[in-house]
Design a protein. Structure first.
Length: 318
């Protein structure tokens, strides 16, 4: 588990902006579990952070000064930007967002990367049908809370797994989940899932991995689908984690388990955003965010993801 001391704040001079560039002031910064992977010096689908350079990620900023014909001061944009209070971006690196359609922060969550992850992972790998049972772990987080609601829209029996009583109550009372289980206080998760899913689990949207997923997969139904989205319970592991061998269960029940990275679906993002925005507009898809105040609290917000401190998308407002 990283600590606050692994981060450093520096003050630097920004140069003048050049033609084709904009000066931005950060408004909302996304903290995401995948950033933990970028702290390892390992080859992955995204490059590691560089020591002595600012961390970067999804940021929403306001244009302060522009030497680009495409942007004017006051425009609100999203992009992959450094964790700086102010920063310079090339005009190709920024995309304008429409804050009259939805609050700016939604573009980091339900109408952004995490909403799209829920949508494509569930619709294109999980492929749930009405009447089927869908289980989602990390259910009260940014991805999970959208997965569960989409599965409800599609007419499924939805069971969420999360780590506090407050989250469990919220999922069933506010977000329409049929049942929710607290993995921190349930003594026998395998049994509890069997009781909550009497016909077995047709779709398991896996956000966390580890023992929680072992318990769900023991209850997997014939011809089930498992979108393998995240393994947050293992991101701080320093050794190769051991667990039950799952292949016999997948084999004998003809189960499909498929890993995916949201970038796999990049050609279809506009379709996903359109559908998610439609559901939000119709009131079928509710959102919740945990917004931490203060740029200087970025490291703690990131670490808070690994302690379950967020409900819905975790964001820092500068
Ligand atoms: P969340 O908003 O769900 O935040 C993380 C949550 O994970 C915490 O609130 C906590 O909730 C839970 N958690 C933390 N540690 C553990 C643990 N040891 N065991 C079980 N649960 C834990 O994050 P996101 O919705 O952004 O991401 C969810 C998952 O999806 C992550 O694994 C992430 O890496 C993955 N992801 C994958 C993408 C892809 O392209 N494949 C894209 C985006 C995300 P609780 O209180 O319930 O423990």
């Amino acid at each position: 588990m990283p600590s606050k001391d692994d981060f450093r704040m520096d003050e630097v001079e920004l140069p003048e902006i050049n033609t084709g560039e904009i000066l931005l002031k950060g408004m909302y910064y996304s903290v995401d579990p995948y950033m933990r992977g970028r702290m390892n010096d390992a080859k992955s689908y995204v490059a590691p952070f560089e020591i002595n350079k600012p961390i970067n990620g999804s940021v929403i900023g306001k244009v302060v000064e522009s030497k680009s014909g495409q942007f004017k001061p006051g425009d609100v944009v999203i992009g992959h930007f450094p964790w700086q209070k102010k920063f310079i971006a090339g005009e190709k690196e920024a995309r304008k967002i429409d804050t009259t359609l939805a609050p700016a922060s939604y573009y980091l969550g339900v109408l952004g990367m995490t909403g799209l992850t829920a949508y494509f992972g569930l619709m294109h790998i999980g492929k749930p049908k009405a009447g089927e049972t869908v289980v989602v772990s990390g259910a009260a987080g940014a991805v999970g809370i959208v997965v569960g609601q989409i599965a409800k829209i599609l007419g499924c029996h939805v069971v969420g797994i999360a780590g506090s009583e407050k989250k469990i109550k919220l999922l069933t009372s506010e977000f329409g989940f049929n049942e929710a289980l607290n993995y921190k206080t349930t003594p026998d998760m395998k049994k509890a899932i069997a009781e909550a899913c009497p016909n077995g689990v047709d779709v398991y949207f896996d956000n966390v991995g580890g023992e929680i997923s072992d318990a769900v997969i023991e209850n997997i139904a014939f011809h089930a689908r498992i979108p393998l989205c995240g393994q947050i319970s293992l991101y701080n592991s320093t050794e190769t984690p051991m667990g039950p061998r799952l292949q016999p269960m997948l084999l004998t029940r003809s189960v499909l388990m498929q890993g995916f990275i949201i970038g796999d679906f990049k050609d279809r993002f506009s379709e996903g955003i359109q559908q998610l925005a439609q559901w939000v507009k119709e009131g079928k898809l509710k959102t919740t965010e945990t917004i931490r105040q203060g740029f200087e609290n970025l490291p703690e917000a990131l670490l808070g993801l690994f302690k379950g401190e967020n409900t819905g998308k975790m964001i820092v407002e500068a």
